[in-house]
Design a protein around this ligand. Structure first.
Ligand code: ZN
Length: 62
């Protein structure tokens, strides 16, 4: 999956495109798996960037 070289972590805000800030749609949802990952696609016709969102549950470790 070289296309998805960057990972973005879910936060309190609705997910938006990291390139242009437009709304996104979920094109692949693996949040029910242990990877807890969603692949989003930018809804802007000019951008259409795809990126990966991950849940960072380990952040409270320690
Ligand atoms: Zn975009």
């Amino acid at each position: 999956m070289e296309l998805y070289s960057e990972l973005f972590v879910f936060n309190d805000q609705p997910t938006t495109c990291p390139s242009c800030g437009a709304r996104t749609e979920i094109i692949f949802d693996m949040t029910h798996t242990r990877d807890v990952t969603q692949i989003h696609k930018c809804l802007s016709e000019l951008c259409q960037r795809e990126f990966v969102m991950v849940q960072e549950d380990d952040i409270n470790n320690g």
